[in-house]
Design a protein. Structure first.
Length: 252
């Protein structure tokens, strides 16, 4: 048995994850993340009901896209390099954060998880499609029937989505209470698009999929889609993000 103060502290640190894991195991599917970090008030508002995916899994989705105010809190606390501005007449608390690259979005994900102790992430492209399916317009028959060219069919479809940036809650709400999936902000997903089925080594993906009027591929460094990214068809209007979690999340 170790008796020195230094060794005792080492043993205590190693036992803590075991205790946390045991509590999580006991709570099981009812695990509720209320924020284990420095500021649980940063937990965003989540939709009232989770989305039940085709796999049977239940996905908890942020009600609105991340706002300018939420983003700038990340910046002010050293988690996000970019600081955003709103136009005259816009409320930063209600305006979606846009002009964000995939790299920017991942800064925010890492920061909010560190600050709250929650387990947020970006959705996969297939998850995003299922989340948004109830509010997106029905699609015309695809130009290409080969599944690997489905993205090309979408690019060649004339865009019908609104282009103007409006306050949260300006567009449709899904049955689960998720707002603005059919709005002008296209949302980053975690899925890599590398032109092949194998995206390559982690951290080296050149482009990621976005969820919007259709699922598009965009260079991971692009902040303004009008200046680059989509090579064909109408580009997305604004690039932002919405968080999801595989666990129940409640605000304090």
């Amino acid at each position: 048995m170790t008796t020195t103060g230094k060794s005792t502290r080492t043993v205590t640190r190693r036992r803590l994850p075991v205790v946390v894991a045991s509590v999580a195991l006991l709570l099981g599917a009812a695990l509720v993340w209320r924020g284990a970090g420095d500021d649980p008030s940063l937990v965003p508002q989540m939709a009232p009901e989770p989305v039940t995916l085709s796999t049977g899994a239940r996905l908890h989705v942020q009600k609105y896209e991340v706002t300018v105010a939420e983003w700038n809190t990340c910046h002010d606390r050293g988690g996000c390099a970019l600081r955003l501005q709103v136009r005259p007449g816009q409320d930063a608390r209600l305006t979606p954060a846009t002009g964000l690259s995939h790299a920017d979005a991942m800064e925010f994900v890492r920061w909010i998880n560190d600050e709250t102790g929650a387990l947020f992430r970006l959705p996969t492209a297939s998850e995003w499609r299922e989340i948004a399916q109830p509010v997106l317009p029905e699609k015309a028959d695809p130009t290409f029937t080969n599944p690997s060219l489905g993205w090309a069919s979408a690019y060649l479809t004339e865009g019908n989505a609104p282009r103007g940036l409006k306050p949260q809650g300006s567009f449709s709400t899904s049955p689960e209470g998720i707002s603005d999936l059919d709005g002008s902000v296209w949302e980053w997903t975690r899925d890599c698009y590398a032109g092949t089925a194998d995206p390559g080594p982690a951290g080296r993906c050149p482009a990621y999929f976005l969820g919007g009027e259709h699922v598009a591929a965009m260079s991971f460094l692009i902040r303004d889609p009008a200046r680059g990214g989509c090579a064909v068809g109408t580009p997305p209007a604004h690039l932002g993000l919405r968080l999801v979690s595989d666990q129940t999340v409640q605000r304090p």
